[in-house]
Design a protein around this ligand. Structure first.
Ligand SMILES: C[S@@+](CC[C@H](N)C(=O)[O-])C[C@H]1O[C@@H](n2cnc3c(N)ncnc32)[C@H](O)[C@@H]1O
Length: 301
């Protein structure tokens, strides 16, 4: 598995924060459910950001949680397989504990954590952002198992789904996107199928799952720096997948570079997912959420 570069994560942060604001309706459902459980639990939360990277997503989740649950004790665990990223995260969130481990280890870790006396009676909230596409089926099973074992909530934000929309269009947009999408599926990764796959697994285990869109909406020249890096990284991945695209890629890139000055709009779709294992435990109906755009990803059976 590959760690994300910290300068790229920092460049993403304002763009991700803007997209995550579109996820607040799911966040509010999660908070309402946590509050509803306080009859049987203390106002104490064990929040675990999986694939935490350098801590940017946990910072957003932490602020949103503390605003909504001001009288709760909120304990953060930041989990990632990359220690260098976690070292930066520990500086960004000094009150959080970091654990360097693969997500596949989470069922064991969550059982250990929640049986520790300091977290006794805490509810479990699993969070993540910009992670699901790099995970495998085994990872998703570990996530669902942890939620089920502890009647937990999981909030999975900014998962890439199929497709992008660029204006003006270029004749090579589709082939570059197809090669990028294939690259996302290398080494057993679920790529843009991951959020749909996660929801299916959750429902198969009797957990409720609801979804919502949270696209990036970008426009050059205002978002020039971000778009330049984003487009070049997509192109590199596409070329890695299909080197025969080299000539097309050169033409595409020179036109896109010129448009970073003259004007270019880009929409990148994401799908957010909220999974609730306590609904299953309490026999409750899943929350009703506002109408959402259907995911564009092909379903995996
Ligand atoms: C794109 S970064 C997102 C970081 C952070 N959530 C954010 O939004 O800034 C994905 C992170 O997931 C971590 N990661 C990927 N696969 C993982 C796995 N199987 N187990 C643990 N961490 C993983 C990577 O090391 C990386 O830090």
């Amino acid at each position: 598995m590959t760690a994300a570069e910290s300068d790229w994560l920092d460049l993403r942060r304002p763009v991700d924060d803007a997209a995550r604001r579109e996820s607040l309706h799911l966040f509010d459902h999660a908070v309402a459910r946590l509050s509803a459980e306080t009859e049987s639990n203390t106002k104490s939360l064990l929040a675990v950001d999986i694939g935490a990277g350098t801590g940017n997503s946990a910072l957003w989740f932490d602020t949103a949680l503390r605003t909504r649950l001001p009288d709760w004790e909120i304990n953060w665990i930041l989990l990632d397989s990359d220690q260098a990223s976690l070292d930066l995260a520990a500086t960004a969130l000094p009150h959080a504990r970091t654990i360097c481990a693969p997500i596949a280890a989470f069922p064991t870790l969550s059982a250990e954590l929640l049986s520790a006396s300091e977290f006794h009676g805490s509810q479990l909230l699993l969070t993540c952002s910009a992670l699901l596409d790099v995970l495998t089926e085994t990872d998703l099973i570990a996530v669902i198992r942890s939620l089920k074992d502890h009647d937990g909530l999981g909030l999975f934000l900014l998962s890439i789904v199929d497709g992008w929309e660029l204006d003006p269009v270029h004749p090579y947009d589709a082939v570059i996107d197809a090669a990028f999408t294939a690259h996302q599926h290398r080494d057993g990764r679920l790529g843009h199928h991951a959020p749909e796959r996660l929801m299916r697994l959750a429902r198969r285990h009797g957990l409720t799952a609801v979804e919502g869109p949270s696209p990036w909406r970008l426009a050059a020249p205002a978002d020039r720096t971000f778009l330049s890096r984003f487009l070049s990284e997509r192109l590199d991945a596409a070329l890695d997948e299909d080197p025969a695209l080299a000539t097309a890629a050169r033409d595409w890139w020179s036109q896109r570079q010129a448009q970073l000055d003259s004007g270019l709009s880009v929409r990148v779709d994401h799908l957010d997912v909220l999974i609730d294992a306590a609904d299953r435990a309490r026999g409750r109906e899943p929350p009703t959420v506002r109408a959402t755009t259907p995911p564009t990803g092909t379903e995996v059976s």
